[in-house]
Design a protein around this ligand. Sequence first.
Ligand code: NAP
Length: 328
Amino acid sequence: MTREVVIMGSGPAGLTAALYAARANLSPVLFEGLTPGGQLMTTTMVENWPGMRDGIMGPELMAEMRAQAQRFGTEIQSIEVSRVDLSQPPFLIVGGDGTEVRARAVIVATGASALLLGLPSETTLMGHGVSTCATCDGFFFRNKAVAVIGGGDSAMEEATYLARLASQVTVVHRRRELRASKIMQEKAFANPKITFMWDSIVEDISDVGQGAVTGLALKNVKSGEPSTLAVDGVFLAIGHRPNTALFAGQLEMDQNGYLITRDGTSTNVPGVFACGDVQDHVYRQAVTAAGSGCMAALDAERYLEGIPRDTYETKSQGAASLSMQNEK
Ligand code: NAP
């Protein structure tokens, strides 16, 4: 049986797309993959989700979103997608266990993964002083000392953001030159709260025993000299990898592997839409991912109804009545 919509990914983008698609009676199937809930599952308190005045734990927020999508009829498959054929509709989605589903429209919300250093202590202390998102977690480090690892634009952006909150920010970079753009470098260099530790790598993060970050064990890669740095938090900013390997050769990507969307959430394949971090390396917020998930579901709905995009772009009344149906 051909389904109307298949959604891949179960972060805020995928689950919001599922909620809207389910409420539009499209009976979506959602493949949640092997890391259900996405990046928020490794966060502790989320304080910037609108409407949650006292904040909400990341895993709890994702459990609520999942239950809400299911309540309106989303069928959730706890399977990783292993192969897709998007050459022509109905599109083929194959699960790792051999499950095959065909769909008239597909929403890709497979997200991006923050790159990690690969230290056991980093995984244990993730969400307990180790973070991959300054906008999400910076607030917990007001008047505290933090380190940012990396030398690219993300590291400079995170360091500059954190300098507004933290007492001291140390950027630890493995070389003497930054990869970041000149303007971002200059902004960081000019900030009196930001200092740099060059040619240095993190060998370990303390203190797993206490369940909190107390410092870093560093090594100078040129001299081999070990050192320590006392910090209360460490922000990893060594890059992200969009989860797009499945779509190689089928969907258009930029040079970093992010899916290219145009006219809202459309990809280069009509009927295939993308939302959330898999197509956004700029904002990367749960709320922006959820917003684009909503857009993808509305775009898919209109595609399935055969409504050309220029019709609903220009005839605002038609678009309004469609959205109102969804908001009821
Ligand atoms: P990036 O440019 O790939 O930089 C990653 C940084 O982390 C590099 O300095 C790299 O060191 C370091 N690194 C990588 N692996 C490491 C490891 N295992 N241990 C220690 N250090 C490691 O990533 P990004 O900064 O996330 O930026 C990604 C893209 O988004 C770029 O195109 C960037 O321009 C863009 N971006 C733009 C803005 C903006 O304009 N506002 C903000 C953020 C990102 P090396 O330099 O030695 O390789």
